[in-house]
Design a protein around this ligand. Structure first.
Ligand code: SF4
Ligand code: MG
Length: 332
């Protein structure tokens, strides 16, 4: 499979009063062409910061970003601002949790779609308007020819989210980054929006990075899963590897803490006790140690690297339990 995006040793630090928050701590992952990849984890685990770094939406300074983000053979972190302008909206689109913060209240929905088309694709205003109506139709907005002239406040929450998808996909980007795109919506609308995204992914061949804490959506939408904890990737694999054979105690905890479709009636949900560590002073050993009921001595002082799970090319876990010696019962 051809790689579209490859992230290596990505680190993002924020200076705050009292120190430096190490929000993303050496993250590696890739996304293939046409693939949908989920990034999951509790809030504050670095998933949104990682996503925003891909589009260079985190201002540096004051933040510090290092490592490598290779997109279609080009290094995002080394691009000039004007090169980056050519990538945003055209090659990478983004959908946020709250459309009201990213839609411009003073411009019609149509204008917000046509702007990118005229700027990035040199379309005439007539052609761009036709394309805007086509996009609104694609995302399932009724009466698109009149809706195109309306302002965001005239749209319902679900329709605004659809309009955001239309804006993000109008230029046919290779990568769509969706950060908790349906969290603010009710369950029925959530399902509709996800269906729209999935259909468009198939129709247009777009790769998707979906950031979510909703594992039901992941099972429905995604091919692969990246589990983040305390600024690191702690487990990655195909969705079946993650759902059916989770290796990292944190992933197992996540799966136990959210409702699942195959949940048995009397099977209780178990929250993960404790709090993630302070990322101003992350622990020397495994970041999950203070919350892990399988912690061993070695975990306290030694941070486990992401290790391939035996017999799989896609599955890896950053836990001493996956260490070959630990598997054989030898103390490490
Ligand atoms: Fe638990 Fe140790 Fe694995 Fe960390 S490395 S998740 S503390 S068993
Ligand atoms: Mg977030």
């Amino acid at each position: 499979m051809e790689k579209l995006l490859e992230v290596n040793n990505l680190r993002v630090n924020f200076k705050v009063h009292g120190g430096i928050v190490k929000a993303v701590r050496g993250v590696n992952f890739h996304v293939n062409k046409g693939e949908a990849v989920a990034i999951v984890g509790e809030s504050g685990c670095g998933k949104s910061v990682t996503a925003q770094s891909l589009m260079r939406l985190i201002p540096t300074p004051p933040a510090e970003t290092s490592g490598s983000i290779n997109f279609k053979g080009k290094e995002i972190l080394k691009m000039s601002n004007s090169e980056m302008e050519g990538i945003r909206g055209k090659e990478m689109g983004m959908i946020f949790q709250d459309p009201m913060t990213s839609l411009n209240p003073t411009l019609t929905i149509g204008r917000q779609i046509t702007e990118g088309l005229m700027k990035h694709q040199g379309m005439s205003s007539e052609a761009a308007r036709d394309r805007a109506i086509e996009m609104l139709t694609l995302v399932g907005i009724p009466n698109p020819a009149s809706r195109v002239n309306q302002y965001p406040h005239q749209f319902s929450g679900g329709m605004r989210q659809r309009a955001m998808i239309a804006i993000a996909l109008a230029c046919n980007p290779s990568l769509l980054i969706a950060d908790e795109p349906t969290t603010a919506l009710d369950v029925t609308i959530q399902a509709q929006i996800m269906r729209v995204m999935k259909d468009l992914q198939h129709k247009l061949g777009t790769s998707i990075i979906l950031i979510t804490h909703d594992l039901g959506v992941v099972a429905d939408m995604c091919d692969r899963v990246i589990v983040m904890y305390a600024g690191k990737v702690v487990e990655t694999g195909t969705k079946w590897e993650i759902f059916k054979n989770p290796k990292h105690p944190y992933t197992r905890g996540l799966l136990r803490s959210v409702p699942r479709l195959d949940q048995k009636k009397d099977e209780p949900l178990v929250p993960i006790f404790g709090m993630p560590p302070d990322l101003i002073k992350p622990p020397a050993g495994c970041s999950f140690c203070s919350r892990c009921d399988e912690a061993m001595r070695v975990c306290l002082d030694n941070d486990p690297a992401l290790l391939a799970v035996e017999g799989s090319e896609s599955h890896a876990s950053a836990c001493w339990l996956a260490h070959p010696y630990a598997n054989r019962g030898v103390s490490v």
